[in-house]
Design a protein around this ligand. Structure first.
Ligand code: GLP
Length: 223
């Protein structure tokens, strides 16, 4: 699987924003899966500046922490702040994983499937919150976060103690049903795990390696 190396974070952000833009322009009724974290922030900025018509688009977020949704660091707050409040997307068209998780899966299935899924990668190879050991067949579910993930994400919460320990995540099986997948990664610290995931053994110990089994994945990296 080929990893396309881009020159800068700006180029990474605009390359992925252009893919999203083309998708929405060509198919206004597109169903998109969207990520959070620090990597996609530039992409969202680029998308907002492109002033697209989001009025027919439907979005599903990859994951949410199990926490107060009004907390400024919840993924719901992140999406409102970085994309939803700055576009004409209908709040009713923006979906986040919820319980019962089978009802969230039904919502995706009822939308006739995902056209484009944008992913980041965690330092332990997770995608969404599918931690190492997650089944490749997994569906949306409640998960306990790995120590490494809690440590990584504590930068947003000030301390490990204040960082959520559980989340609801789309499953690897759910993600793999997307028609097209784009994975974006930024920073030297992601290069090794990215290489292992894209070129190493396909194993549940490295959740992102499941992407090697998909026939329409693009991977973009910048250091
Ligand atoms: C979180 C999210 C992932 C994301 C990862 C990497 O754990 N659940 O979807 O890919 O962080 O985030 P960052 O881009 O901040 O490195």
């Amino acid at each position: 699987m080929e990893i396309k190396v881009l020159k800068s974070y700006k180029e990474l952000s605009s390359t992925v924003a252009n893919i999203v833009k083309r998708q929405i322009k060509k198919h206004p009724l597109s169903k998109l899966v969207l990520p959070t974290g620090s990597t996609p922030l530039g992409m969202y900025k680029e998308l907002v500046s492109r002033e697209l018509d989001w009025s027919h688009a439907i979005t599903f977020n990859l994951d949410v922490y199990l926490m107060n949704v009004d907390h400024p660091e919840s993924y719901q707050s992140y999406m409102k702040k970085n994309l939803f409040e700055k576009t004409n997307i209908y709040p009713d068209h923006c979906h986040f994983p919820f319980r019962p998780t089978s009802a969230f899966e039904d919502k995706i299935a009822g939308s006739m499937g995902i056209d484009l899924c944008i992913l980041g990668i965690g330092s332990n190879g997770h995608i969404a919150f599918n931690e190492p050991g997650s089944s490749f067949l997994s569906r949306t579910r409640v998960v306990n976060l790995d120590e490494q993930t809690i440590e990584d994400n504590s930068r947003f919460f000030g301390s490990v103690e204040d960082t959520p320990k559980q989340a609801i995540t789309m499953g690897l099986g759910t993600i793999m049903e997307s028609k097209k997948i784009v994975l974006m990664a930024n920073g030297d610290h992601k290069l090794n795990i990215l290489n292992v995931a894209m070129n190493g053994e396909v194993t549940e110990d490295v959740p992102a390696s499941v992407l090697q089994n998909h026939d329409n994945v693009k991977v973009f990296y910048c250091d």
